[in-house]
Ligand binder design. Structure first.
Ligand code: ZN
Length: 66
């Protein structure tokens, strides 16, 4: 990367692929869980998405644990 990356948007988390704690990019995405388009607006759930900066593995974790 050529641009400077603020340090604040990264976190150190355990990467299962790397088998150790690595720097991760963290974001929140709304994912549609239902394939039915008529209900899609009501079935979106926030997911916390982390991407390992070492190997690029993405991990999605549902934020609302029912
Ligand atoms: Zn990794």
């Amino acid at each position: 990367m050529a641009s400077k990356t603020p340090h604040s948007d990264g976190m150190t988390e355990l990467c299962e692929n790397c088998g150790q704690e690595t720097a991760h990019s963290v974001s929140v995405e709304l994912k549609t869980e239902s394939s039915k388009s008529e209900n899609s607006e009501f079935s979106r759930e926030p997911y916390r998405v982390t991407e390992c900066r070492s190997c690029g593995t993405e991990t999605s974790q549902r934020m609302n644990n029912a």
